[in-house]
Write a protein that binds this ligand. Structure first.
Ligand SMILES: *[C@@H]1O[C@H](CO)[C@@H](O)[C@H](O)[C@H]1NC(C)=O
Ligand SMILES: *[C@@H]1O[C@H](CO)[C@@H](O)[C@H](O)[C@H]1NC(C)=O
Length: 431
């Protein structure tokens, strides 16, 4: 008797446990089905026809049509025939709302940059600092072409600040083509919002080192710079690399400055370039930068690998120069170019383009600075604006072919300089 009562209590507990487990299972299966539905819904929202006729949906459809159209053109080949260029794959609201045919936008400064998918995750903090129109040329090859197309589209759909401000251009090897990412569900799985897209990009970082993108593929940095530059009709352009950020409020301060002081016709505005230890927070203002500079957490860009490449900026002079007012951007001093200076600067859109024969490592920016010099330009260093590269550039972190590429480009640079003598026969300047 006693024993059987105990047994039935045990039975009751056992069945209760069984029921709980069953309910758990039902709940879980419901949850996963719901999640699947949500994912399908997200995917449908991105690519489906969409019966919802609200303004948001209509806008999304027009973006989708724009993308579909840009891709269907097949892009255009670059001058060498080795690359395919899709200009304005995705256009920002800013560019879309620019009046067509109204000529150059006199009151605009656009930041132009270039990258592989590898470094695109930097866009988040770059835009957070810059807060103004940006033109990005992305290079991709192989499987990355699809990935890049899908991710760029997802960025423009999910991230309102990107949709508002960023124009995307895509460049790939000419034997490849980009296509509408309709069949690429795997690239979109789990993408629900802007943070999700950046998480996906983040997981793609460090896939390859600088310029080491494939055994047979050259990163066309100067082509990309030109594509990003000509993708905008802004009056002024700042070209920097994707892993750099400018100082705070530069856009407004610069436009205020040119309103007070029109630039001379052959003048560009140099932003002293620094690099910062990886762990450090990027300084926003000159006082913040100088503080870090004095303790060695910030140093001149490329100080270890090529100190001469930036030294003409005259860092000690710049650091010790005090500004007129906290927000008053102005020219600190004006310099002539000297070999081998590779400054970063804001220029009018009319400055000579980059020479697209330079690819991979070496001489790609210096060749353009040299051409500006021969064309009669002077370099005005801004008093309180700057650019900072994330991380110290150190010996040994570069890909194995760097030295070989540098040698090749050195030869190219020699013939480029010969060419400039013909292009500017009356110039008394040499470089
Ligand atoms: C590299 O490119 C050359 C010429 O474009 C081609 O002949 C060769 O097959 C390529 N090699 C590889 C490994 O793709
Ligand atoms: C930097 O500027 C100072 C003047 O402030 C000058 O004396 C010095 O020679 C300059 N250095 C270089 C490397 O041009």
């Amino acid at each position: 008797m006693h024993f059987s009562k105990k047994c039935s209590v045990f039975k009751v507990i056992l069945s209760a446990l069984f029921i709980v487990a069953l309910l758990q299972l039902i709940y879980l299966s419901f949850l996963s089905r719901f999640h699947g539905k949500q994912q399908r819904y997200k995917y449908f929202e991105l690519f489906g026809g969409g019966s919802k006729r609200n303004a948001h949906q209509t806008e999304k459809n027009s973006k989708k049509e724009h993308l579909r159209y840009s891709l269907s053109t097949g892009g255009i080949f670059d001058a060498s025939g080795q690359y395919r260029v899709y200009r304005n794959l995705v256009k920002s609201d800013f560019s879309t709302n620019q009046k067509p045919g109204s000529g150059t936008s006199t009151n605009t400064l656009v930041l132009a940059t270039h990258t592989t998918i590898n470094n695109l995750h930097h866009l988040d903090s770059l835009l957070e600092r810059w807060k103004n129109p940006l033109s990005i040329a992305i290079f991709a090859h192989g499987q990355d072409v699809k990935f890049a197309t899908a991710l760029v589209y997802a960025l423009s759909i999910f991230c309102p600040h990107i949709q508002a401000l960023v124009d995307f251009h895509l460049v790939c090897p000419s034997e490849e083509t980009a296509s509408f990412p309709e069949q690429d569900r795997e690239h979109f799985s789990g993408l629900e919002d802007c943070a999700g897209v950046f998480a996906k990009l983040g997981s793609h970082r460090d896939k390859y080192k600088n310029y080491a993108i494939g055994s047979n593929i050259s990163y066309p940095n100067n082509l990309l710079r030109n594509v990003a530059r000509s993708g905008t009709d802004a009056a002024f352009i700042l070209v920097i690399d994707m892993d750099m950020v400018p100082s705070d409020s530069l856009h407004q301060q610069f436009l205020d400055m040119v309103a007070r002081r029109r630039p001379n016709t052959e003048e560009v505005f140099v932003l002293p370039a620094f690099e910062i230890r990886h762990t450090r927070k990027l300084p926003a203002t000159k006082p913040e930068l100088v503080q870090l500079y004095q303790v060695g957490e910030v140093r001149p860009f490329y100080e270890e690998l090529c100190p001469r490449c930036q030294a003409p900026t005259n860092y000690s002079r710049w650091v010790n120069q005090h500004e007129h007012g906290p927000d008053q951007l102005d020219v600190a001093y004006t310099l002539n170019w000297v070999d081998p200076w590779e400054p970063f600067y804001i220029s009018a859109r009319s400055v000579p383009l980059y020479d697209e024969n330079f690819r991979q490592y070496g001489f790609n920016r210096i060749s353009q600075a040299c051409e500006l010099h021969i064309a009669g330009y002077r370099f005005s260093v801004l008093n309180s604006a700057f650019v900072v590269h994330r991380g110290f550039k150190v010996q040994g972190e570069f890909h194995s072919r760097k030295d070989e590429e540098n040698r090749r480009n050195r030869v190219l640079f020699r013939s480029f300089k010969e060419g400039l003598k013909t292009k500017y026969p009356t110039s008394p300047r040499r470089c």
